[in-house]
Ligand binder design. Structure first.
Ligand SMILES: [Zn+2]
Length: 377
């Protein structure tokens, strides 16, 4: 079932955000702590469509009879309009019962927002997704809140990145009783960029377990989405067709994104860039861009002055116009380097959770592409 009906309307899935987004201990966090933003569900293809369609397109016979009854002369309201009005009233009253109650949903936990979005797109309104990392926090520096611990304990599907990005997620997974939980580790089966890699001009990152930022390559994420669908089917085989249909629709979205990025990057005049930390390395490799170096090779640890001098020299040599900062970290060092090198600072977001893209991975990637275009075209 690769093709999906158009305009399917579904009550979107619920999407849990942590109640206390910014733990005090995160000195690198920016932005204000506050209540979680309400998640506005987007209509999802192929989910919940049957029940709503029935209500909208096949009203009960009694309604049709009323609507078609001969109108008094002159008619107070044209019968066609009356019919629409009645249908609209039914639409308002009925849909509440059309979605499964929250407690019947599959509890899904994802460590970071992009993985949570994949789960939401594939699980539709059959799942309730909790993302353990609050918006604005970095997975590298995160310590699980009690909220995260409780969500992890209830999860039936657990999705995390691996390769040292979210070791706390792995710990949460292992402390819970491993009963009936389907686990997806995103990096599994993906050859990781890391120590074997050629050194960049300003020295390259060395991460012990390889670079974990695989989710910023949308092509690699097709495989991760397939595995998420597989995990959902495992714990909820009755809805296999729904998961498969949602998966196929989302794979098409990922392909469209990939084509869009390729077309845009082909117009770039500058292909080198300086990242804040090696988060866009997989993106760079996929699309033929070159990460000259990162300001913080190891997130949270400040680079040496000598390292920064090399980085600035590389920026000048390659005619790089922009140094990228990231919203999860202080932009201070990026600003200092940019000033020294006479270039601008722009922000790339590897994680999402902020306007205008919110929790939507595709929108996040398009926004990052827009920023890169500004810097490199
Ligand atoms: Zn990172």
């Amino acid at each position: 079932m690769a093709e999906l009906g158009e305009g399917a309307k579904g009550q979107g899935p619920t999407y849990n955000l942590p109640p206390n987004p910014l733990p005090q201990s995160h000195k690198f966090l920016r932005g204000k702590a506050g209540p979680p933003a309400p998640f506005s569900p987007t209509p999802l293809k192929g989910v919940g469509e049957g029940s709503l369609r029935k209500n909208v397109e096949q009203p009960p016979p009694a309604v049709l009879k009323q609507a078609r009854a001969p109108a008094p002369h002159p008619p107070a309201l044209p019968s066609k309009n009356l019919l629409l009005l009645l249908l609209f009233c039914i639409f308002l009253v009925v849909p509440v019962g059309a979605t499964p109650a929250q407690e019947n949903k599959i509890a899904v936990v994802a460590s970071i927002l992009p993985l949570g979005d994949f789960c939401r797109k594939i699980g539709g309104d059959l799942v309730q997704v909790a993302v353990l990392i609050p918006p604005g926090a970095s997975p590298h520096l995160f310590e699980p809140t009690p909220w995260a611990v409780s969500r992890a304990a209830r999860a039936r599907v657990f999705v995390y990145v691996g390769a040292g990005l979210d070791p706390w997620a792995e710990r949460l997974l292992h402390t819970r009783e491993a009963r009936n939980v389907a686990v997806v580790e995103a990096v599994q089966g993906i050859p990781l960029l890391g120590e074997a890699e050629e050194k960049g001009d300003a020295g390259h990152h060395h991460l012990e377990s390889g670079n974990p930022h695989v989710w910023l390559d949308p092509v690699l994420m097709a495989g991760v989405c397939r595995r998420i669908a597989g995990a959902l089917e495992k714990v909820d085989p009755a809805h296999r067709e729904v998961y498969q249909a949602n998966l196929q629709a989302y794979l098409k979205d990922l392909q469209a994104l990939d084509r869009e990025i390729r077309a845009r990057v082909a117009t770039f005049r500058i292909r080198e860039f300086v990242s804040f930390h090696p988060s866009f390395s997989y993106f760079a490799r996929r699309y033929g861009l070159k990460e000259l170096g990162s300001i913080e090779v190891s997130p949270g640890r400040e680079p040496s002055p000598r390292y920064l001098q090399n980085l600035i020299a590389a920026i000048r040599r390659y005619g790089v116009r922009v140094v990228f900062a990231e919203p999860q970290f202080s932009p201070r060092i990026a600003q200092v380097i940019a000033q020294e090198a006479g270039v601008k600072v722009l922000t790339l977001d590897p994680l999402g959770g902020r306007p205008p893209y919110g929790d939507d991975y595709l929108a996040l990637m398009r926004d990052n592409l827009k920023i890169m275009t500004e810097a490199m075209q």
